[in-house]
Write a protein that binds this ligand. Structure first.
Ligand code: 4NP
Length: 159
C-alpha cells in the first residue's frame, strides 16, 4: 500500500480538501487497493474539528463530502506514510524541523505544488482569512496538483 499524507497548518481548509480530492481520484481510477491517504495539521488548533464550513460548502459544490476530523502531525507519521505533501513553504519547514529530530525516516517530503501541472513551485495559499474566492482558488490548485501527484506516483511505482 502506498500511503500519502497531506499537511497544512490547521487541517480544516487545504489538506482535508487535498485528501478528499485525492481519495476520489484514487477511487475513480480503481486504485483504492493500492493507495490510501489521510491529512493532518502542523498545529493543534483544530484537533477533532470538521473542515471549515467554507471549505465544505466549496467541496460540496464540486460533489465532494468532507468528513475528516482535524488531527495534528505526529512523529509516527514520518514512518507510517510513504509521502508527506506540505501545502506551503511554512508547513514544509515545520515538517522538516520535526523530521530532523528523528533520524532516518520512511516518508519522502514534498511541496504540494511541485506537482501543479500549470503553475509549479508556489504555495497553496492559506484561504482562512479571506473570502469565498480564495476557497475556489485553492480547489482549482489542489485539483491540478493532486492529478499531477497521481501521474508522478504512476511513473514512480510503474502502475
Ligand atoms: P489550513 O487553514 O491550514 O488550510 O487548514 C487554516 C486554518 C486555521 C487557521 C489557519 C489556517 N487558524 O489560524 O486557526
Amino acid at each position: 500500500m502506498i500511503k500519502v499524507l497531506f499537511v497544512c497548518l490547521g487541517n480544516i481548509c487545504r489538506s482535508p480538501l487535498a485528501e478528499g480530492l485525492f481519495r476520489k481520484l484514487t477511487e475513480d481510477s480503481n486504485y483504492s487497493e493500492l493507495i490510501s491517504c489521510d491529512s493532518c495539521g502542523t498545529s493543534s488548533y483544530h484537533i477533532g474539528d470538521l473542515p471549515d464550513n467554507r471549505t465544505r460548502i466549496n467541496a460540496e459544490k464540486h460533489g465532494l463530502i468532507l468528513t475528516h476530523r482535524g488531527r495534528q502531525l505526529s512523529k509516527e507519521d514520518f514512518n507510517e506514510f510513504d509521502y508527506i505533501l506540505a501545502m506551503d513553504s511554512s508547513n514544509y519547514e515545520n515538517i522538516n524541523f520535526a523530521k530532523d529530530k528523528l533520524g532516518k525516516i520512511k516518508a519522502k517530503i514534498f511541496l504540494m505544488r511541485d506537482f501543479d501541472k500549470d503553475d509549479k513551485g508556489e504555495d497553496v495559499p492559506d484561504p482562512y482569512y479571506g473570502g469565498p474566492e480564495g476557497f475556489e482558488n485553492v480547489y482549482r490548485i489542489l485539483k491540478r496538483s493532486t492529478e499531477g501527484f497521481m501521474e508522478y506516483l504512476k511513473q514512480e511505482h510503474s502502475f
